[in-house]
Write a protein that binds this ligand. Structure first.
Ligand SMILES: [Zn+2]
Length: 330
C-alpha cells in the first residue's frame, strides 16, 4: 500500500494542508482562510475537517496516511506548547501536536513555521545532503531555521534560531520584540521599501495607501533605477553583517534564502557577499554556499511533511546524483 503524511501550514491568513509522499510529491491539497479571529475551537474544527477530507481522499486513492506535521508562526517549546504567537494568539497555551494525536489517532507534531521550512529544505529541497545550514525566510518579517549536524537545532528550551532578532545596530530601530536594532528591522519587505523611499525620487514608488511591497522596489531595480538597486544591496549588507557573525561561530556549509524577497535573490546577493567576504575568516567564507530555497510557496506544506516524517523517525535521504551538485561555489 502506498503511504503519505499530512503537512499543514498554519498562518495568520491562510490554512493549508496537503497529502505528501515520502519523496515530497504533493498528491492533494486544501486551502482556506485560517479564520483565527473566530477563536481556537472553530479554528481547530476547521483544521480537523481539512485533515478528515485529506484522509478520505487518501483512502479513495489507496494511500495510507501515517503521520501529521504542522507549522505555526510563534515560539513553540520543547514541551510542545505554543508559548507565544503574535498572529495566532488564540492558540497560545495549546499543545497542537498532542491535540492532533488525540483527535486523529495518528502520530503528530507541531513546530515553528521557519524551523520546519528548514526541515523541508533538508529533506526535499536546497538543503538535501547538507548537514549544517541556516534557512532565512525574508518576507513581512525575517524567519529562520538552523540545521546543525543533520538535526534541527531548537536549543535548550525549543526557541532557538530567532535570527531575525540578532542586534545589528545597538541604537537602531525599535522592534516589536522589545529590543532595538534587530536584523528584522533592516532585512524584510518593509525595510526594503523604507530604504527605497529614502533613495529614489518621490513619485516613482506609489504613495500609500496601498503601500507598495518589495516586489515594486524590485521592479524598479530591474528597470535600472539606481536607488532601488541600492535598497536591495543594503538589505543584503545587513543580512551579511549578521550572517558573518553566525558563520564565524558555526562554520556552516550554506545559507539558504527564501520568502517573498527571495524572488529578488540576485539583487541582494552582491551586498550579502560583500559583507560576508569582509567579515568571515577566508576558510569559513570559502566553504559557505549561498543558495536559494527550492520549495517556494509549498515550503510550509513540505516542511510540515518533513516534520511528520521526523516524528516517525524516518531519516532524510542522502543526496543523489539526480539532485545535482550539493554546493555551488560562493
Ligand atoms: Zn526584535
Amino acid at each position: 500500500m502506498k503511504t503519505a503524511v499530512i503537512g499543514i501550514d498554519i498562518g495568520g491568513t491562510n490554512l493549508r494542508s496537503a497529502l505528501v509522499t515520502a519523496s515530497g510529491a504533493i498528491v492533494e491539497q486544501r486551502r482556506s482562510t485560517s479564520g483565527i479571529e473566530t477563536g481556537r475551537d472553530r479554528f481547530c474544527s476547521r483544521l480537523l475537517a481539512s485533515i478528515d477530507e485529506l484522509r478520505e481522499e487518501a483512502a479513495r486513492r489507496g494511500i495510507r496516511v501515517h503521520a501529521i506535521g504542522a507549522g505555526v508562526p510563534g515560539l513553540i517549546g520543547r514541551d510542545g506548547l505554543i508559548h507565544s504567537s503574535v498572529n495566532m494568539r488564540p492558540l497560545e497555551g495549546l499543545n497542537l501536536g498532542s491535540f492532533l494525536e488525540e483527535r486523529t489517532g495518528l502520530p503528530a507534531a507541531c513546530g515553528n513555521d521557519a524551523n520546519i521550512i528548514a526541515l523541508g529544505e533538508q529533506r526535499f529541497g536546497a538543503g538535501k545532503g547538507l548537514s549544517s545550514f541556516l534557512v532565512v525566510t525574508i518576507g513581512t518579517g525575517l524567519g529562520s531555521g538552523l540545521i546543525l549536524d543533520n538535526r534541527l537545532w531548537t536549543g535548550a528550551n525549543g526557541f532557538a534560531a530567532e535570527f531575525g532578532h540578532v542586534t545589528v545596530d545597538p541604537q537602531g530601530l525599535p522592534c516589536p520584540c522589545g529590543n532595538r536594532g534587530c536584523l528584522e528591522q533592516y532585512c524584510s519587505g518593509g525595510a526594503v521599501v523604507r530604504a527605497a523611499r529614502e533613495l529614489i525620487p518621490a513619485g516613482l514608488l506609489a504613495p500609500a495607501p496601498p503601500e507598495p511591497g518589495a516586489e515594486a522596489v524590485a521592479a524598479l531595480a530591474r528597470q535600472g533605477v539606481a536607488g532601488a538597486r541600492t535598497a536591495f544591496e543594503r538589505l543584503g549588507r545587513w543580512l551579511g553583517i549578521a550572517l558573518g557573525s553566525l558563520s564565524n561561530t558555526l562554520n556552516l556549509e550554506a545559507v539558504i534564502v527564501g520568502g517573498g524577497v527571495a524572488a529578488s535573490f540576485d539583487l541582494l546577493l552582491p551586498g550579502l557577499r560583500a559583507e560576508l567576504s569582509q567579515r568571515c575568516f577566508p576558510h569559513i567564507y570559502d566553504g559557505l554556499a549561498i543558495l536559494k530555497t527550492e520549495l517556494g510557496d509549498d515550503a510550509g506544506l513540505l516542511g510540515g511533511a518533513a516534520l511528520a516524517e521526523e516524528r516517525l523517525h524516518v531519516p532524510p535521504p542522502p543526496r543523489t546524483e539526480d539532485d545535482g551538485p550539493s554546493l555551488q561555489a560562493p
